[in-house]
Each structure stands twice: as C-alpha cells, then as structure tokens.
Write a protein that binds this ligand. Sequence first.
Ligand SMILES: O=C(O)CCC(=O)C(=O)O
Length: 307
Amino acid sequence: MAIPVIDFSKLSGEERAKTMAEIANGCEEWGFFQLVNHGISEELLERVKKVCSECYKMEREENFKNSTPVKLLKEIAEKKNGNNVENVDWEDVLTLLDNSQWPSQTPGFKETMAEYRAELKKLAIKVMEVMEENLGLPKGFIKKAFDGEEDSAFFGTKVSHYPPCPQPELVNGLRAHTDAGGVILLFQDDKVGGLQILKEGQWIDVQPVPNAIVINTGDQVEVLSNGRYKSVWHRVLATPDGNRRSVASFYNPSLKATISPAPQLVENLKQEVDRTYPKFVFADYMSVYAEQKFLPKEPRFQAVRAM
Ligand SMILES: O=C(O)CCC(=O)C(=O)O
C-alpha cells in the first residue's frame, strides 16, 4: 500500500476527469496524497531545501543540543527504567507567518521562503477548488468559509528538522495527531523518511518522492465536507541517522470564522438535527486543540459543541 502520487498538470488536459477522480479518491480513501508536476519550480524547491538546511545549521542546531527533548531523552536513557519520553517531540520547529520575526542570518532565507509561501498559497487555493468541485460545492466555497465574514484565512509555514536521534525507540519525532485546520501542503525530505499515516489500523510510510508536495486535510475540511474527507492520524518517527527536513504550510480558517458542515452536504433535516459535526467558531476549536492535539478528534468536536 502506498500513498497515491498524482500528476497535477494533467488537470488541464485530456486526463482531467481521471485526475479529478484520483484526487477525490486521495481525499476520501486516504486523507493524504502526493502531487507531482504541481507548478512550483524545481529551482525554487532546491533553494528552499538549501536555505532551510543552512538556517538549521547556522541558527538552530546549537539550541537543539540544549533543548528539552535532548535533556529528557538523556535522563530516561540513563535510568534504563523502560519508560519512553512522554509529551515532547524530537523536533526543531520554526514558524513563519507574515507578521512573525524570521531568521535573519541565513543568506537568502527570507526572500526564498517569502516566494515559496506565496506560491504555496496559490497551490492551496487550486487544491481547494478541486475539492469543492469534487464535493459539488460552488467554486470558492472553502476559501470563503475559511475567510469568515470579516477576516482572511490563516496561512502559516512550519519548518521542521528531526535531527538524528541516539535512541529513536524511546521518543517520537512528532507524536500521532490529526491536523486541526484546513489543507496542509508538506514539502518533505527527499531522502530521510519517517512520516507515517494510520490506515485501517496499520502505520504506512509516506514515501519520499523528490520535489513532490504532500497534501492532507485537517479537521476543518472533515467538518465542512460533513465527514466525506476525514482528517487522518499521522506521526513522524525519530530516526538514528539523517536530519529529516520538512516544510509544512497550513491553510486554515481565520480564528473568527464560523465552521459547520456545508448545507449542500447535509442530506436531510434529521441529519441536521443529529449532526455529528457541530457549528463553532474556529478560535474555540483551537483552544480545545491546544490541550488535546495528541488525542482523538471526536471529543474535540463534542467539547466545542458544548461551548
Ligand atoms: O514533518 C512532517 O512530516 C509532518 C508535520 C506534521 O504532521 C505537523 O506539523 O502537523
């Protein structure tokens, strides 16, 4: 079993219908798929790899050596009591938002990452349009829902490194979770694997495909699609060698947006009354998620319904 790899360029040719169906299958059956020929130039992707790796080396590696996961792993390993390191991830995280402070010492980092984010945002919108068409929703429906009445959708980028771990059996690279938000576009390492999804009770590798963009859907797309597109559990394993790099971009609702199943996808009034998915303000969902990220999503939907 392997995550579907889909040629996005075929959307504009004779194979459009087949490609639309492949993306529908990726969303309905997998919750994850990989896009190749997605229109982001190889030249830009090569620069992203270079500046992110250089930034880690120049501005972050030293701090990781003194970080909480490194200290906790050392303590647990010395005790040899059979326990694992809980509540932390073997991951270095750098978050890029339009208005956050960006690393400044790595040549070309800001320019390259700003260009990359602009391209990825456009790709996210194209992917959402395909989802809308497959779901029978009007063009722009998801974007409009995520913008809310008086704001615009959130777009954040998380640059992660998962450095080599001396005892990968004792700690996770990133603990299993489903994503809180909308559509996630991940540019993962070409060589060092570790990302896995849970499918039918089995953990499956998201196989590295050079220069592909991995797409997955979060809890808010599950709600909007009234459960047609389920967010899927995924995790990153720590590995003994190789420093895995990943760049994840999150197209999420604005905190003020109200999210509920699209009325077109709620089949009848009875279903509307017994809704599995509540209607809520995304900021409320995020306050629950902050406490429950690594737990099942269903109680999150219940908690936010009660708010
Ligand atoms: O680093 C990865 O490959 C996955 C990251 C991820 O799942 C997340 O940040 O939510």
